[in-house]
Each structure stands twice: as C-alpha cells, then as structure tokens.
Design a protein around this ligand. Sequence first.
Ligand code: DOR
Length: 446
Amino acid sequence: MNKLLIKNARLINEGVIRDADVLISGDRIAKIDTVISAQNGVDVIDARDCYLMPGMIDDQVHFREPGLTHKGDFATESAAAAAGGITSFMDMPNVNPQTTTRQALADKYRIAEQRCSANYGFYLGATNRNIDEIRGLQLDEACGIKVFMGASTGDMLVDDADVLDSIFESAPLMIVTHCEHSPTIWENEAHAREQFGDDVPMSEHPRIRSANACLTSSSFAVELAQRHDALLHILHLTTAIEMGLFSPAHRSEKRITAEVCVHHLWFDESRYDELGTRIKCNPAIKTGDDRAALVKAVNEGRIDIIATDHAPHTLAEKNDSYFKAPAGLPLVQHAVLTLFDLAKRGEISYEMLVERCCHAPADIFGVKERGYAREGWYADLVIVDPSSPYRVESSNVLSKCAWSPFEGHQFSASIDTTIINGQVVYRDGALTGAVVGRRLEFGRLR
Ligand code: DOR
C-alpha cells in the first residue's frame, strides 16, 4: 500500500489552524499528529510554510458531458479542478441529452468512469414532465435534484406551478434551485431592446437579470420548501436583498441552505466595461454593495456553501453581442486561489474558507467520509503555498475553452499539491497524470 507523509504543514481544519504532520496510507488518512517521523519506504512532502486543507467539494459545475464536449469534458475539466484544489465535484444536468431520467444518470456515470481526476456526483434535472423519475430516485443515484426555476443555458425552465408544488412535496433527495424569475427578465429584456436595439451594453446585464427577478424566485422557492418541509439548497445567490431569506443558524439546524459562487464574491458590475461577456453569467454579477453583502452573509452563516458554477463556453461563443453570447465562465482552476486572495485581504478567514468550501458541502449533501481531514477518512487534501504568487495566462488555463476571466491577474498564493484518494494528482505546477476520481457516495435523504 502506498504511504505518503506530509510534514510541517499548517493544517486548516474544523475551525482551527494548527501545525501538523499527516500520514496517508492507501486512499485514507492514517494519522494526524504534531510530529510523525518518516519511516522507510514512505514518500515525504515537506509542506513547511504552506497551508494544508481538505480538498474543496464543488457542488455546482457544468463539465459539458455528454453532448457539449467542444466546451469541456470530464477529463479536461476535472483535471483543471484538481489543479485548482477541487477534489470532488457535482455536475449539472443541462447537457445533451439532458440528465432528466434515471437511465440518463446511469449513462452519465458510465461515461465518467475512469476519466475523472476528481471525485464526482451528478444531479437529476427536473422538467415540467418528469415527476415520476424524480419520485423514483434512489439515494446513491444522484447528489440532488436540480430545478431551473429561472431559464438559463440549456432550456430547462420548470415554470408549471403545480409541478413545482409536486416536486417540493415529494422529492426524495435535496432540491437545488437556480432562482431567477423569467417573466421579469423577459420584460426587462424587452425594455432594453426598445432602448438599445440588439446592441445592448453588457453593463445592462444586472438590470435585465435584476435583483428583483432573483428575489421573486428565491422567495418562492423558500415558500415552497417551508410549505412541504423539503430540503432546499439555493444555488449562486447574488443580491443583498435575498440575504434576509436565510437564517444565520448552523447548517445542522437548517433545512434551507444557501450558496454563493466565487465570481460573485470577487467581481462587481464595475468590471463589465473591461471584461464584457467574459463575466456574463446567470444570475448576473451585481453591484459592489451586493458583493459586500454576500461576503458578510458568508461570515454570518446565512450563506452555507461557496461553489464555482464553472460553466465553460468557447471564446468564439463568448465573443458575441449581449443577447447572443452565452452565460457562464470557467472557474474551477482558480476558485481556491480567489478565496485565498479574499482571505489575505481580510474579507474571510482561512478557517471560514474551509468551512464553506469543504465541510459544509460534505455535511449538506451527506458526502461520505470526505470534506474533513480526519483519521480514517479519504485522503483528499490540498497544499497551498501562500507566498508563491501565481499569474493566470491563457497558456496555463487547463479548461478546454483555454481562457479565464482572471487572465492577467496574479494571485498571491498558488496550489502546491493536490492529493485525491491518497494519490498525488497535481504537484509543482503540473498534473502528474494520475486519474483517480471515484463516484461520490451520499448519505442524506429528504
Ligand atoms: O451562467 C450560467 N451558465 N448560469 C447557469 O445557470 C448555467 C450556466 C451554463 O451552463 O452555461
């Protein structure tokens, strides 16, 4: 059995930072202690002056398989994720064919087998017509049920009020929602067309995909979940006004949880003129005040999880006019580094970063034996060097689309090593070629 010893790390885990050595045996963490001495036959990584943390569990990605593989695929995007310190991901159903049946889910798991650098789980997508598929879902078939309560990439809007009621009444697993009220958006789009014709400036995006559209939809989702006592997780929240919907209580006391994505914590609307459609996403990046409110909500506990909503499109697709350019940006490779920059600025603590990216997704989705650095649990670990800056160039972007909204930005930290299931997957700026991702196991029913 392979053995690996990480020495002299500053371990960020379960709310504290402490000096620790970590011994890995096979795919598990065998021991965590202040000092563990190196034995013969054990590989040693010296992590002096570096942080060690559990790998990020990203509960929202679009890796584009099956059917949209010109944008990304399981191999390329999971490699980019591993290089960015993400050791597990949960993939969305807006692919082709859409993942809206249990058979499509099984097919997708088969496609992913042996091709993922990081561990994986998949959502079943809800439609206006697949309530029987939803009701029949078994615990280990999906990480949850994705409901587009607002239209976005992939034409999966669920807008039949009776169907929504049935989904919230009978979903056997966690419901996760994209919340934007489409009729409000369509009305705002019509106004924008009257004013600008087809040439709508990108800076109008947060007024078209407005705060009001978000609040109308997220309030409705909360109301449905309360009415039926459903387990609800609202994805990628973007506005100050929605934060009042969520409790600051610990996640163990809540059935309704909330998420923010890294780009909404980093960018605000002042960047549209410079970055244009590169930062076009749904829901839109909004005002500086909204961004500040999201950071505050992360610290208060109203926001439980930080994820990416990694959604690659080709540059050719993105380099188009406002209405034609698709929404979404590639983020998995730079999410942890973005959060380390926020931590360095003092906006969040390192302990909070790990809480929201690793511990909370593990608990909320019931991911078995991952998300914490614990003896006996899987060895999914990341070493981050806080004093080795990393500059993003198109040439070092690993996502298939080969561009990043962070191009030209120098992060203050870099990912030194990523270990998944006990194997070194990324080290010294390069992937090692180990493709060791496994299917995630889940333990949380409604
Ligand atoms: O910006 C987005 N892009 N938001 C979504 O909800 C979907 C995603 C995509 O798949 O491109």
